[in-house]
Design a protein around this ligand. Structure first.
Ligand code: AKG
Ligand code: FE2
Length: 373
């Protein structure tokens, strides 16, 4: 492996099993055509939303936390336009890409040394804010109340269509994100627009990912194991494959088979907290290979920075006590961004840091049960 920087090398227990890939057909594939095909079934008229679809979404969220959607309404030409532009951008020499490089202050644009859990990822990225400007806290320091505006102001000269392609694509995927959010709300027995308010000043962003061929795919990962911190992720992957999901039932890593023109949806940590663990965000990672470049485009659907994330009142009661203490999304977001930017010596911030201890829950539950008697 001579030339590979040790910063990329995963600890033994986290290395991918490149010879024993499990290609289970398990991840649900959900057809959303019912949302657009019949004039009577649309989200303006919630009662018309197909009950089976809502159930299907609910089951997929509960069982897997991961599913794929087809007939989702995002026009294929918009996807192809951004996929082509992404290929052209990453195909340039490094010095060209570094002209739009992110740094500690300007967190959007090109970057080639992201870390996941303090191990370097075998990838390069270009980040784009869905809302420009996007308001976020100026620092991760808990007492610093200052905010800052993120704007998409780092554009490469080549390819010239990159900006338009991202802006157009972003609008289309955002529509899908809201549709899915409504379906998820309905599946939890909530009004369809229950989550909307959280996204008025959303902090969503789109990432273009490029995973170059890797000489040591058995030692490194394109993205190390992680859960997505936001509400939900809508991912376009190409036909190469490499994304793996940790199956909830047995903890095995399962290969997510690429499906043409499908989107992979995963429940993020925020939906896990809102639902008080009814739905869980699932660990996933990306394997690389020694032959083919891989491209993917996640849309990270995130609420406003001032959102205090906590279990919804409607979904908790004495028998199902609140499992998390509230946390501020903006501070969580910038703390994570900082730890992905460079290797740190501290553990990544995670939602389990806000978990109410089991002993406290047991006490509450005991109290509730004795009152019932
Ligand atoms: O490239 C992929 O398939 C997934 C990337 C991912 O999980 C992420 O960027 O959070
Ligand atoms: Fe992810």
């Amino acid at each position: 492996m001579g030339e590979v920087d040790p910063a990329f090398i995963q600890d033994l227990e986290h290395r991918p099993k490149v010879d024993q890939i499990i290609k289970a057909e398990g991840i649900p594939l959900i057809d959303l055509s019912v949302l657009s095909s019949s004039p009577n079934t649309n989200l303006e008229n919630p009662h018309a939303v197909d009950g089976d679809l809502v159930k299907e979404i609910g089951n997929a969220c509960k069982k897997w936390g991961f599913f794929q959607v087809i007939n989702h309404g995002v026009p294929l030409d918009k996807r192809q336009k951004i996929e082509n532009a992404s290929r052209k951008f990453f195909g340039q020499p490094l010095e060209e890409k570094r002209k739009v490089r992110r740094d500690e202050k300007r967190v959007l644009g090109y970057y080639d040394s992201e870390h996941t859990k303090n191990v370097r990822d075998w990838k390069e990225v270009f980040d784009f804010a869905v809302k420009s400007p996007t308001i976020v806290p100026a620092s991760y320091e808990p007492d610093d109340k200052e905010v800052t505006k993120l704007v998409n102001d780092q554009w490469p000269e080549y390819p010239p269509e990159l900006r338009e392609a991202l802006e157009e694509y972003s609008k289309e995927v955002e529509k899908l994100a809201f549709k899915l959010l409504e379906l998820i709300a309905l599946s939890l027995g909530l009004p369809e627009n229950r989550f909307h308010g959280f996204f008025e000043d959303q902090t969503s962003f789109i990432r273009l990912n490029h995973y170059p061929p890797c000489p040591v795919p058995n030692l490194a990962l394109g993205v190390g194991r992680h859960k997505d911190a936001g509400a939900m992720t809508i991912l376009a992957q190409d036909d190469v494959g490499g994304l793996e999901v940790k199956r909830k039932t047995d903890g095995e890593w399962i290969w997510v088979k690429p499906t043409p023109d499908a989107y992979i949806i995963n429940v993020g940590d925020i939906i896990q907290v809102w639902s008080n663990d009814a739905y869980e965000s699932v660990e996933h990672r990306v394997m690389v290979n020694s032959e083919r470049d891989r491209f993917s485009i996640p849309f990270f659907f995130n609420p406003a920075h001032y959102t205090d994330v906590k279990p919804l009142e409607e979904l908790t009661n004495e028998q199902n006590p609140v499992k998390y203490r509230p946390y501020n999304w903006g501070k969580f977001f910038v703390t994570r961004k900082r730890s992905n930017f460079k290797k740190l010596d501290v553990e990544n911030l995670q939602i389990y840091h806000f978990k109410v201890p089991e002993s406290e829950l047991a006490n509450k539950l005991e109290g509730a049960l004795s009152i019932d008697k």
